[in-house]
Design a protein around this ligand. Structure first.
Ligand code: ADP
Length: 467
């Protein structure tokens, strides 16, 4: 027995015994009084019956209070120690049934706990923020993404205090009232602008913990940005093509009409038409290059390239152009430059774009210095191994710091008119960036107004993995 209490017959069982014995004694007394039974046999038989009944009650009904107390403690989740009633008593049988029931209950509880833990892990592994609400819009649970998005601990708070968007809250209220799925768009302005499609799904039945509705937020920011990039890109390409096309159409009309027989005007117009056509061709070629490089960007090139030969070729290709601006191209290449894993055509295009820009924006009568070095450690973030660096340094007007981060965006120019005048397409540095990416390299740009610019390309000497 728990607590080592002595085995007693509790009062309740004594009254039960008495409730049978007293009427029995009364019947026997009546029979004796009516001379239906002799006194002594009645006393003897009655006593014997009462004693026998006492033992029956003791054997089968004793310990019931202890067992009832034990069941009560179990029901109150107190984890009591099981009592040990007399063997073969009714209490013993009940206790054994209760123990079996309790073991099943313990197993179920442990299964439920495991399930609850798994549910938390599953919810946390979902990348979309999820909030589980009760019938009065209070947050019952929030997965990791949601905790990171709204507030570190939103549990117990009204949804309105963590998401202050009247339209979204109204949809949640409608969903709770009508028990129908709803959707809403939601924009989070802080800490960074994010757009979400919010799905509001009421549960068929409110769960034991009070969850009545799931609010899931699907992030549309990247998709919106991509869409915006696409729209901007099409607008830019159209704009870039429209201007030379309009010029061509105008001159064709003039040549067919008023300037039909004017040889001098014809020669002049044809010259302009030629330069506009070449500009369109350059734009189309740059667009094709960009799309080709982007398509193969996930696969690093398989060949190896002697970078000194590439740089000499580019220098030779652009030397006439440089000379026309009074620019000298100075190459500084050590004897033992290693070959780099790469694509010769792409690396040629990369350095051609950088040196061409240095000529265009480097000012007249200056020097462009090109210097290649091998380094055991590149010293730039994300490129820990040995690398080859190529610096292209000009003495031009330089670039203001606010433009540096955006220079490699397609069609980004500091001075659009100037770039056009110099024959630029606005795609040169975007192509450079994608070629560097495909080679798993890095590009750094250092510049200050009035102090020239330095573009440095770091190319890993060990072939990088596909991505
Ligand atoms: P673009 O065809 O206009 O030259 P790029 O993508 O090659 O296009 O360059 C983008 C812009 O970056 C240029 O319009 C120019 O404003 C700026 N830029 C590029 N290289 C230099 C440089 N060496 N010095 C100064 N500005 C430069």
């Amino acid at each position: 027995m728990p607590g080592g209490q002595p085995r007693t017959i509790p009062k309740r069982w004594f009254f039960l015994w008495a409730a049978v014995v007293v009427p029995g004694a009364a019947v026997l007394t009546l029979l004796v009084l009516l001379n239906q039974l002799a006194m002594w046999p009645a006393i003897f038989g009655g006593t014997l019956g009462a004693v026998a009944l006492f033992f029956v009650v003791r054997t089968y009904l004793a310990d019931f209070d202890t067992v009832i107390a034990y069941i009560g403690d179990l029901a109150r989740d107190k984890k009591p120690q099981a009592p040990e009633p007399r063997a073969h008593s009714a209490a013993d049988e009940i206790l054994s049934a209760v123990r079996t029931l309790n073991r099943t209950h313990d197993r179920r509880t442990s299964e439920l706990e495991t399930l609850a833990e798994a549910n938390v892990t599953i919810l946390d592994s979902i990348p979309d923020p999820l909030l589980l609400l009760n019938r009065v819009r209070q947050i019952r649970q929030a997965n990791r993404a949601a905790r990171g998005l709204v507030t570190a601990n939103p549990i117990g708070q009204d949804l309105a205090s963590v998401i202050r968007d009247p339209a979204l809250l109204e949809e949640v209220d409608i969903a709770l009232e009508t028990r129908s799925d709803r959707e809403a768009l939601f924009t989070l302005p802080y800490p960074r602008l994010q757009h979400f499609l919010v799905r509001i799904t009421p549960l068929a039945k409110v769960t034991a913990d009070g969850t009545a509705l799931i609010v899931s937020l699907h992030d549309l920011t990247a998709m919106k940005q991509l869409e915006q990039t696409r729209v901007d890109f099409i607008a830019n390409v159209s704009h870039e093509l429209r201007t030379p096309l309009a010029t061509l159409v105008g001159f064709i009309e003039t040549l067919q009409g008023p300037a039909k027989d004017d040889a001098k005007a014809r020669a002049h117009f044809l010259e302009i038409m030629d330069s506009q056509t070449k500009r369109m061709v350059r734009l189309v070629e740059d667009l094709l290059s960009l799309s080709r490089i982007e398509l193969s960007e996930h696969l690093p090139p398989a060949d190896t390239v002697p970078i000194d030969a590439v740089l000499k070729t580019v220098r030779d290709m652009l030397s006439l152009e440089a000379k026309s601006h009074g620019i000298t191209i100075a190459l500084d290449l050590p004897e033992d430059l290693p070959e780099v894993p790469g694509s010769r055509d792409e690396l040629t295009q990369l350095f051609q774009n950088l040196i061409d820009n240095a000529i265009k924006y480097g000012g007249t009568d200056t020097t462009i210095r090109i210097e290649a070095r091998r380094a055991e450690r590149s010293g730039v973030v994300g490129l820990p191994g040995p690398a080859l660096s190529v610096r292209v340094q000009d003495e031009g007007e330089g670039i203001a710091p606010e433009h540096l981060a955006r220079l490699t965006e397609r069609f980004y120019r500091i001075d659009r008119a100037r770039s056009r005048e110099l024959g630029g397409t606005g795609l040169g540095l975007a192509i450079v960036k994608h070629i560097v990416n495909r080679h798993r390299g890095r590009l750094t740009i250092e510049s200050a107004l009035g102090r020239g610019s330095t573009f440095t390309v770091f190319l890993p000497l060990e072939a990088g993995p596909a991505s």
